[in-house]
Write a protein that binds this ligand. Structure first.
Ligand code: AMP
Length: 356
């Protein structure tokens, strides 16, 4: 498929969480229908989608039926099993493509890729056992962070090592999973760039936002981020280099540390990103519409920011604040339709336009 998808076409989305939900809303605004595929019953995206398949990633027959009912496939999370992708890719376009998933699914592959592009990353070493860890710690030094290579998110699968005597406990916390030791980057702030690349190869970047995490979970994004001279352009160039190298189609989140040595790439997410939710209030074309435009082969929106925005996540019990927040007429409230407000669970977010 190289022609732009016409309204009425069906976009298949792997994963039915809040990102899939907001993609589905954006797609429906452009006249598309979305078919969500998720192993969990009642996915949040299902409330706003045209069709939902509830089936395991390994269910080849369900994947076949899904593929037959959609025109293009995209995804809202990066840990889709390789065999499921093989099946889908053989039948229809999957955007963003395989390379982005392969690179981002494994922290060592990701860092090899990024440093291969000449980008700065934290010092890192692959760690499979206590001997590897001892060597890696001797080379990199403490403080450092041990992370599982795969399946980590929201700070899960990570252990800090402040001194060598904490190595054993950190390794035990990985539960035997292949890991990577990263040197601690003494960052001044964390920022991210949300960038998109269209089928034509055009690249559009949103302004970098500054991110504050609590307990490993994104709490707040503020745009514009405070950056040194030239760093905003540098951040956009970094994102562009990554997208072009992957021949990427869609929206990507690129997380950066602003450190004394300059911009250090922490990680990339081959999908719409929590730190890009501010674009819903700050831009004519937000990250969700941008992603849909890209995967549908449409021209990209320009991504220009028309306001300063603070995005705040509603995590767990924060959702109880919604009635009070609703009294404030200028707060944009997004709720994800999740029934149970468990601790650490992202229930929704707010966008506030900052007025000078
Ligand atoms: P990650 O899952 O890799 O994004 O890590 C979650 C959070 O841990 C980041 O947003 C940082 O606040 C912190 N972090 C991760 N890696 C490093 C590092 N190498 N140096 C300093 N802080 C880090």
């Amino acid at each position: 498929m190289s022609e732009p998808l016409a309204p009425g076409a069906v976009i298949g989305i792997l994963g039915g969480g809040q990102l899939g939900r907001m993609l589905s809303v954006a797609a429906s605004r452009l006249g598309f229908r979305c078919h969500i595929y998720d192993p969990a019953p009642e996915p949040p995206a299902g409330h706003v989608a045209w069709a939902v398949t509830t089936a395991a990633w390994e269910d080849a027959a369900a994947l076949e039926r899904f593929a037959a009912s959609v025109d293009v496939v995209t995804y809202e999370f990066e840990n889709i099993p390789a065999a499921s992708l093989d099946l889908l890719e053989a039948r229809l376009p999957v955007r963003p493509g395989r390379r982005a998933l392969t690179v981002s699914q494994d922290r060592v592959t990701e860092k090899d890729f990024l440093s291969g592009l000449g980008l700065t990353v934290a010092p890192y070493r692959a760690v499979d056992d206590a001997v590897d860890l001892e060597t890696a710690l001797a080379e990199i030094g403490a403080p450092a962070i041990l992370k599982t290579r795969r399946l980590g998110y929201d700070g899960k699968g990570q252990a800090r090592i402040m001194a060598a005597d904490q190595a054993g406990a950190a390794l035990a916390a990985m539960g035997g999973a292949p890991s990577v030791l990263e040197g601690f980057v003494p960052f001044e702030r964390e920022v991210s760039v949300i960038a998109a690349r269209g089928l034509s190869g055009a690249v559009v970047c949103y302004d970098p936002g500054e991110n504050v995490h609590e307990a490993g979970i994104l709490r707040r994004t503020t745009v514009p981020a405070v950056l040194g001279p030239g760093q905003q352009a540098e951040a956009a160039l970094i994102a562009g280099r990554i997208l072009n190298a992957l021949d990427y189609v869609g929206v990507m989140g690129v997380e950066l540390f602003v450190a004394p040595q300059g911009l250090v790439v922490n990680e990339i997410a081959p999908r719409v990103h929590n730190s890009g939710h501010w674009t819903q209030a700050g831009c004519a074309v937000d990250q969700f519409e941008q992603h849909v435009r890209a995967v549908a082969g449409w021209p990209l929106g320009d991504g220009q920011r028309h306001a300063d925005v603070v995005m705040e996540n509603l995590i767990g019990d924060d959702v109880a604040r919604v009635p009070a927040l609703a009294q404030e007429g200028d707060v944009q409230i997004h709720l994800y339709g999740k029934a149970e407000a468990r601790a650490g669970r992202k229930m929704g977010h707010l966008n506030r336009i900052a007025r000078g």
